[in-house]
Design a protein around this ligand. Structure first.
Ligand code: ZN
Length: 548
């Protein structure tokens, strides 16, 4: 079991905005952050994250909780698995009550990585590959390039370290085919892959023995999610914050060679297209994005997809397409660095690129094809902001040789829908009282002395939940996170508000007595005196006990 102390220490290190922001895109909204809810299907964002309270809440489906709860729900993990996942991505070592777990999880990965690196220089074929590609020794060191030998050497090495083979399988170093274990990387140049904050999470490997798969990556593991990671991001981080630009390429070698040539803000996707899951990482530091793609068919298709995604998500930047046989790595190796710098200085803006690529797919001399092209382009333009739609409408019209009035666009639906639920009445005073009990539990006793949950007209159920400590209930979280509801700031404010509320309450009660038919005259007289007495006290500025 994980010790409670280390759970607390981990929690103290987590920032909810950072944790959730690494999964989905959050947009600042006042003191909070908002996003479309990842737990239910919706168009307008009702998912709110509060940095000050470190809780999230969805006003649509009621999902809510802290960092650990989010990771559990999002990744479908149980509590200890979520803790381990978070500990891994924050480079934090959990301690366990039993000893067998107490080996930090990343030790095996790091040991294997060091071993691969040592092996590199002892393999002439590996060394000659490195030389041929023009990779400097300093780059071999910076990127930790190594060499994975045959399968049995790797298995024997792990055994010699006394690591459990199942752990090596879990880390994606070793595979299991139902009968025997095998190394995932055999006779390959290895490129260690790190998370955004620099912990080793997997490997990429390029064959040097003519294996039919030129490149392989670690399989998806608890740590390795290739549609969220970017190769060398931890190396590029500083430079991209300084230059406010990031270059995204398609290959490990492109990245290594670009860094070698001084483009230290280069990263790569891991043999996959750019996905929406990459966007939170790309949003950090708000850099301009330069997509550097091959000019072949696959490269152009990937560039088109990425440009649609990035422009629709409001990113700034553009595309650089390389000639058929020259990728960035080759250009650096051939010394064409000035030419590269020029290309990166003037990328084709995403929206222009998308529209031109779309147009190039159609034969515009055919009116039918021209119409399809226009519809295709319009449906893309609709993913953009109204202003950009307007600007690019005439661009599209001129490219198609049409009058702009043919380009019919509808405005994007307004995303600023209120986060408050539609059909339930809200009494702001009662909600503010409930918020006060959440933010100042020390006032609860004093409040309960003069108020019973039953006298709240609209939110007595929420009030009962709040004062009994049910702060994980969705409705209570909704109140906690809603910044339009303010807690009373101190004792004096609380007293003043309670006096006003109670005066109104007893005046209402008094009226009710007067119209009561089922009470005897004596009973009525008793209650009338009682309520009048209370109201008089309240008017003198004294709080009256509920039970009195
Ligand atoms: Zn939801």
């Amino acid at each position: 079991m994980i010790t409670q102390d280390s759970i607390e220490a981990l929690k103290a290190r987590l920032d909810l905005v950072d944790v959730i922001g690494s999964y989905i895109e959050l947009k600042k909204a006042g003191a909070n952050y908002k996003a479309p809810c990842p737990f239910h299907d919706e168009k307008s964002p009702s998912f709110v994250v509060s940095p000050s309270k470190q809780i999230y809440h969805c006003f649509g489906c009621g999902a809510g909780g802290d960092s650990i709860k989010f990771v559990m729900e999002y990744e479908k993990l149980n509590y200890p698995e979520a803790l381990e996942k978070l500990a891994d991505s924050y480079n934090f070592s959990l301690t366990y009550t039993d000893n067998k777990h107490n080996k930090p999880r990343s030790q095996l990965m790091n040991k294997i990585n060091e071993w691969y690196q040592k092996l590199l220089i002892s393999r002439p074929t590996a060394v000659s590959y490195i030389k041929k590609r023009g990779i400097y020794e300093s780059s071999v060191e910076k990127f930790g390039i190594g060499y994975a030998p045959d399968s049995s050497s790797t298995i024997n090495y792990i055994k010699s370290l006394l690591f459990n083979m199942s752990e090596a399988v879990e880390m994606g170093i070793i595979g299991y085919d139902g009968e025997r274990n095998f190394a995932r990387f055999i006779e390959r140049i290895t490129f260690p892959i790190h998370s955004a904050n620099g912990s080793l999470v997997g490997f990429g490997g390029r064959t040097i023995s003519g294996h039919q798969a030129k490149y392989v990556n670690s399989p998806e593991t608890a740590l390795f999610n290739k549609s969220r990671l970017l190769y060398a991001y931890h190396h590029a981080k500083q430079s991209l914050h300084k230059t406010k630009e990031i270059i995204i390429t398609e290959g490990y070698l492109d990245v290594i060679m670009l860094h070698q040539a001084g483009f230290t803000n280069a990263v790569a996707t891991l043999g996959t297209a750019l996905t929406a899951e990459h966007l939170p990482l790309l949003r950090k530091g708000e850099p301009k994005i330069i997509m550097a793609y091959d000019g072949d068919k696959a490269g152009r298709v990937a560039a088109l997809k990425a440009s649609k995604l990035l422009s629709a998500s409001g990113f700034n930047g553009g595309v650089v397409i390389f000639g058929q046989d020259l990728d960035p790595a080759d250009m650096v190796n051939n010394g064409n660095i000035e030419e590269l710098a020029n290309m990166f200085r003037s990328p084709k803006p995403f929206i222009e690129f998308v529209l031109e690529e779309l147009i190039s797919l159609y034969d515009l001399s055919n009116p039918k094809a021209k119409e399809s092209c226009m519809l295709d382009a319009i449906s893309y333009l609709k993913t953009l902001s109204p202003l950009l739609q307007e600007v690019y409408k005439s661009f599209l019209a001129s490219r198609l040789g049409l009058n702009p009035s043919f380009i019919k666009l509808r405005q994007k639906t307004n995303l600023n829908s209120p986060i408050l639920q539609k059909n339930s009445f809200k009494d702001i005073w009662e909600l503010s009282l409930i918020k006060t009990t959440l933010e100042h539990p020390e006032f609860i006793e004093q409040i309960l002395d003069v108020i019973d949950p039953s006298i709240l007209q609209f939110h007595s159920q929420e009030f009962s939940l709040a004062i009994s400590g049910h702060t994980n209930e969705p409705i209570i979280m909704a109140i906690a996170i809603d910044d339009s509801i303010k807690a009373l700031k101190d004792d004096d404010a609380l007293k003043a508000e309670l006096i006003i509320f109670l005066t109104k309450h007893y005046e209402r009660e008094l009226k009710k007595i007067n119209i009561q038919n089922s009470m005897s005259f004596e009973e009525k007289a008793f209650f009338i005196r009682k309520f009048r007495g209370k109201i008089a006290k309240l008017k003198r500025g004294q709080l009256v006990s509920f039970k009195e």
